[in-house]
Structure formats: C-alpha cells, structure tokens
Design a protein around this ligand. Structure first.
Ligand code: FAD
Length: 660
C-alpha cells in the first residue's frame, strides 16, 4: 500500500513538471518577455525546421513505398510487448533490456528457455535511430535523468553543483541513446585477478556477437581480431560532411600521433576513425541486434514500461522471482523456476540488490530492510570523466538559426528518412578518437614519442564533438537544462558560440583513481537512489586532465588549427585564478567536469558476485551488466558489457545443464 501511494505522488510530480515546462516555453517566447523579439524569431525558425521535417515524413509516406513507410514507423520502433499476470512463472527472469540484458534474454530464449525480460522503459523512438541525433537524447524521456549529489570538487559549473548522470530507459537501455563508439579497451583491462577472468577468457564473447560489416576497409592484419557473422552489426558511420573530420586527424598527426586504422586490433595508440554500433545508416542498439533475432519471440516475453521493485528471496536465501510495478495500483509477483538475472545497469542493479536485502547491513537497517547478505553493494563505483574544452574556430559563417542552415538540416533529415544516407548517418565528429599514454608525450619536442613498452597502454582518450555556430543558444532556448552547464559559464559559452563554431575536445582519463558510491535514498523503489561518483576527489585525476589540456594547447598551435584561427575558449570563472595564471586549468577542470556515462563496479566480481556472476550468499540470483566490472576498460564500455551479457548466458545454460 505504501508503495502504491508513493507511485501516485511520483506520477503527479512528473505531470506538474511537464506542465511547468510548457508554461516556461510559452513565457520565454512571448514578445512581452522578449521585447527585441530575438527568441520569437528563433521560435519561428525552429517551427520552420519542425514543419520541414514533418513535411518530409508526410512526403515519405505519400511517395515512398509502403514497405519503407512501415519500416520507418512501425516494425523498427515497436517491439513485441506481452501481457503478464500476477503469479506467472518462467524459466528465467531477466531485469533490464540494456546492453547486457537484451543479450542474456535473447540467448536464453534461443536456447529454448521460457524467459521474461522486464524493462522499466518502453520502445525507443525514431530519434534513437538517427546517429546524428545521439547527442540530443540525454536528458530526454528516454533517460532516467539521474543527478548526482551536490559536491565541491567537480561539475562546479553545473546547476546545483550536481553532475549529470545519464542512463537509457527503454528497450536497448543506454545502447539506444549512447554515442555508439565501438572500442574494446586494452587486453590488460580484463585481467581481474580472479579465476576465469583474463582477456583469453572474454575475447571469444567479443567475437561471438561481432558482426563487422566493413572488414574490407581495415588492414589485412585486422582479420584475426574480428568476426563478420555475429548478431551485432558494427560498421563505419556515414560521412559527416564536416571538414574538421580530416583536420582533427591532421592536427594529431602533426604531433606525431600515428594514424591507427583499428583500435580493436594490435594497438590502441594513435588517432583513429572508430567503428560504431551502426549499420545501414542507423543505430544498432542491443534491442535491434538481439530482440529482433528470428526465433527469439517464440520463447521470450517482454514486459515493457514495467519497473522491477525487488527480488523475492525466500527464507533459505534462494531467489524465487521478482516484484514489478506497471501502474499506481498494481504490484505483481512473478516467479522464476531456475534463476533471476539483474541486468538493470550500474545504478539499477545495485538499487534492486539493496531493496531486496543484499547490501551493507548498516545501510539496509537504516531503511528497515531485512538483511539477506551483507555485501558492499554500491561501493567502489568508478566512471570515465572529462573536462569539456571548447576550441573556437573560423569555419562556418552561417549561424545555426539562419533559415539557410535550417533548410539544409531539413533536407538532411529528409535524405535520412528516405534513403538512410547523408550527414545524419554520422555522429558528427565523435567517430574520431585518439588514445595515448601522456607519459610518452614530449612537451619540449611537441611530439608523442612512444619510445617504451608502457606507451602501448593508454591513460587518455580524446573524444571530439562539433557545435555549430549558434547551436548552444538554440539548445538552451529549447530547454534550460539541455546544456550541462549553468550561470556565468553558460552565458559566456552561448555568447562565444554565437560568434564562432566550437570543436569540443574532451580528454577522458582512462583509469581515474577517484572512487564513488551509490546508496538508497529511500526504501521506496520509485525514488531515485543517492549517487556520489566523487569525481576528481583524487588529485592525480586532476593532474592527468590538466596535462591533457596542455597537449590541446599544443594541438591548437599546429598549422591546420592556426589556419582556422583556432583558440581555446578560456572561460572567466569566479573563484578561479585569471586565465593566464597558475592554477587556472586545475580550477577549470573542476568546473567543466562531465561524466562519460560509463560507470561500473557497484556489484563487482569478487566483492559482490563470484566468478560466475552469482550473488554471494544468495542462490539462483546473478548480476550481469556494467556493475560487475571491477574497473573500467580503457575505452568505451558498451562492447565489454555486451560480452558480459553473452558470457552470463553461457554460465546460466552450462550450470543448469550440470545441475540436472
Ligand atoms: C549518453 C551515453 C553515451 C555513451 N556513449 C557510449 C559510446 O559511444 N560507446 C560505448 O561503448 N558506450 C557508451 N556509453 C556507455 C554504454 O552505453 C553503457 O556502459 C552500457 O549500455 C551499460 O550497459 P548495462 O547493461 O549495464 O546498462 P544499460 O544499457 O543502461 O541497461 C540497463 C537497463 O535496465 C533498465 N532498468 C533499470 N532499472 C530497472 C528496473 N528497476 N526495472 C526494470 N528495468 C530497469 C534500464 O531502463 C535499462 O534499459 C554511453 C552511455 C551513455 C548514457
């Protein structure tokens, strides 16, 4: 009853928030609020864009083949969903349809098991299919939109000194809203010092799912590192049409970064055009890759828009099933004959474990939760973190709000809708990346020297994005929480971006020493947990970021950047030293911190689960997702977590066979 009352409150709160947003949108655009009519003009321009896209959609429906139309609007966007009733029983219940959960559930179903996949979110929408739209999906209704606790060491330029902590909430989970970069990290990353966890053990699972489309575009030597027939299609993004794509690579090679054609082969080091979770001009989420597989639907039920609220654990510490909630008035109990699998992600799985009595005993008692297993769930969370560094460049004199620019975007949208080609098939500059060990960068020679074995293990990754002139203003007009910054930093950023386009260079620390935690904020499953990633609590992380910015300072001095008058936008930040003084960059990175949304470790192998991903002290309960990784891979995380999902499916099937 308590849970149901809180659900009503939760729903009312969301509706009020939505109405308030609408009211603010209207107020912001009323001429009374904006006497110089600047934003009213913007409203007109945005309306033109929306109408152009709508017209494109209608034209497509009218003149495209009906097969295209169906594909565009129905079959690809709506997955099968199933009715469930209280007391239903399955062989396995998997919670969370993200990177790992979709893989586990589909593999079990293909093996003939009767499986229920419980997902809090619904279908991914059309925007999730468009690679170019990926940067716009965070903070939308497809996002859990967690905020971290306020802190004094990082994200200081963000509203309330809280860091944004985006997580996908739909079929495909974060793979439906992420930036789609496909990197596996370094082989050493998978040595967990636990029996059965080395690169040799996990590599077959990376290869099992990989369906590389573009092997012919890689060097011959790459063949040994790839598979072309797995279920997850991997390929190159389309041409962004952005000239900075080539220029960034040229800038890095001027600093002696080798061009590396394949970061998933022998070496990660150098500048690369990376492969992505993309095929045929669309995103490939794990929902697309696994839930659409032939044969899956026969044995798999999907409960969409259904939030798991806990695991049912009996008096013998055996998991029997889960409780779920779909609406304010309904809590269902569903049972698993064999096992329950939590794949709800670093935050979701840890929260569910704690709600079910698996966690630190003092913490659980604080919330009156009976303790089933005293384990350090939620501790030792680590995440990739970066400072946003904006480089002002002369590139495109036309502002994003110019009708010409809007018209071009409309045409690009039309091209994508009708043919799945054109610039919308690219995630902008995000497919260019560079890995390096900054200890092997010589600042005097202005060169990456790579002169000893440790240089092969990266401690930094550069990720790039492009912000067209005027876009920050438009984005902020759409929603005051669209950009992850606030106050004076936001104002300076918008006005600098009104004058010039930005190349955003984000140096990501591969192995940050700072560790955070997450805890319950309430025993109500619908209340978001308390998340404290503790970014930059270790000085060495700040030092690595500042060193990376010193490399960026040398990068903007290379001839290609000079040619376009590139300069780092040095924000004036209250409380920080002047821009040319010692300590400025240290203070800058503490303000401009952003998560890369790769958090791992809250239910790590060794601490919370054993080497076969079984929760210690509880029978028939496993965890398989980002939470089980004891540390971060040196790269983007989705590839590794899909491999974890594949491996967990094998563990489940092998162990069930052995127990017969
Ligand atoms: C914005 C963004 C950009 C990223 N970019 C990249 C990138 O370019 N390349 C890359 O490799 N990685 C990237 N990542 C990281 C990568 O996507 C994640 O690490 C990976 O998807 C995590 O997998 P997971 O299975 O642990 O969790 P998720 O994929 O997040 O899936 C968890 C699922 O569980 C569901 N869930 C949670 N709680 C419950 C509950 N109580 N009941 C029912 N369902 C629940 C969620 O709704 C979600 O669908 C990015 C992530 C984000 C958010």
């Amino acid at each position: 009853m308590g849970i149901q009352t809180e659900q009503v409150k939760f729903r009312k709160f969301s509706r009020t928030k939505f109405v308030k947003k609408l009211q603010r949108w209207h107020t912001n655009f009323s001429p009374a609020h904006d006497p110089d009519l600047k934003t009213s003009k913007l409203r007109l321009e945005i309306t033109v864009l929306v109408l152009t896209v709508a017209a494109a959609i209608l034209l497509c429906g009218q003149f495209g083949s009906s097969k295209d139309f169906d594909a565009m609007f129905r079959s690809r966007f709506s997955y099968f969903g199933d009715d469930i009733t209280d007391g239903d029983e399955f062989d396995y219940i998997v919670v969370g349809a993200g990177a790992a959960g979709s893989a586990v559930a589909a593999r079990l179903a293909l093996a003939g098991k009767h499986v229920l996949l419980v997902e809090a979110g619904g279908d991914p929408n059309i925007l999730t299919k468009i690679p170019r739209a990926s940067l716009a999906l965070g903070n939308s209704f497809l996002d859990w939109s967690y905020d971290t606790l306020p802190n004094e060491k990082s994200c200081l330029a963000s509203k309330g000194r809280r860091c944004r902590f985006t997580r996908g909430r739909c079929l495909g989970g974060s793979t439906s809203i992420n930036y789609m970069m496909y990197t596996r990290g370094h082989r050493e990353d998978y040595d967990f010092n636990i029996s059965g966890w080395t690169w040799k053990d996990i590599e077959p699972y990376f290869l099992k799912y990989e369906g590389l489309q573009d092997l012919n575009l890689l060097p011959k030597s790459s063949a040994a590192y790839h598979n072309t027939s797995g279920v997850v299609s991997i390929g190159y993004f389309g041409d962004s049409g952005n000239p900075w794509h080539k220029r960034i690579i040229e800038g890095m090679t001027s600093l002696n970064f080798p061009y590396n054609p394949d970061v998933n082969a022998e070496s990660q080091i150098g500048v690369s055009k990376v492969l992505g979770f993309t095929s045929g001009g669309e995103r490939v989420s794990t929902a697309k890759a696994y839930l659409e597989l032939e044969g899956v639907q026969r044995n798999l039920k999907i409960a969409k828009n259904t939030q798991c609220t806990g695991v049912i654990i009996d008096e013998n510490n055996t998991a029997r099933g889960v409780t779920v909630s779909r609406s304010a008035n309904e809590t269902l109990r569903l049972y698993a004959k064999n096992e329950v699998v939590l794949s709800a992600g670093t935050i979701g799985s840890a929260q569910l474990l704690m709600l079910s009595g698996v966690g630190l005993k003092e913490h659980l008692r604080e919330f009156g939760i009976p303790v089933k297993a005293d384990l350090s769930v939620g501790n030792e969370m680590s995440d990739h973190v970066l400072p946003l560094v904006n480089i002002k460049v002369d590139h495109d004199a036309i502002s994003a709000s110019n009708p010409l620019s809007i018209g071009l975007k409309g045409i690009e949208a039309l091209q994508w809708l009708t043919t799945r080609t054109g610039p919308m098939t690219s995630n902008s500059l995000t497919d260019v990346t560079a890995f390096l060990n900054s200890n092997c960068y010589n600042f005097t020679l202005k060169r990456l020297v790579n002169d000893r074995p440790e240089c092969a293990i990266p401690n930094l990754q550069f990720i790039y994005a492009y912000v067209h002139k005027g876009v920050a203003n438009i984005a902020h007009t759409f929603s005051d929480s669209f950009l992850p910054i606030a106050g004076e930093v936001l104002e300076q950023t918008i006005s600098a971006n009104d004058e010039s386009s930005f190349i955003v260079i984000s140096p990501v620390i591969m192995r940050p020493k700072s560790r955070g935690w997450m805890r319950l904020a309430s025993s109500d499953p619908l209340v978001p947990p308390a998340i404290n990633p503790n970014y930059l609590s270790e000085e060495s992380d700040v030092k690595e970021m500042v060193e990376a910015i010193k490399i960026i300072e040398q990068m903007v001095e290379t001839p290609i950047y000079k040619k376009y008058n590139a300069s780092i936008h040095r924000l004036k930040i209250s409380g920080c030293p002047d821009v040319d003084k010692n300590g400025y960059w240290e203070c800058y990175v503490r303000h401009m911190t952003n998560s890369v949304y790769h958090a791992v470790g809250t239910a790590a192998i060794g601490r919370v689960v054993d080497e076969r991903l079984r929760v210690k002290g509880i029978k028939n309960l496993r965890v398989g997702d980002a939470s089980v990784l004891p540390h971060l891979p040196r790269g983007n995380t989705a590839a590794a977590i899909i491999a974890i999902g594949e491996r967990l499916a094998d563990f489940l099937l092998q162990d069930q066979w052995l127990s017969r």
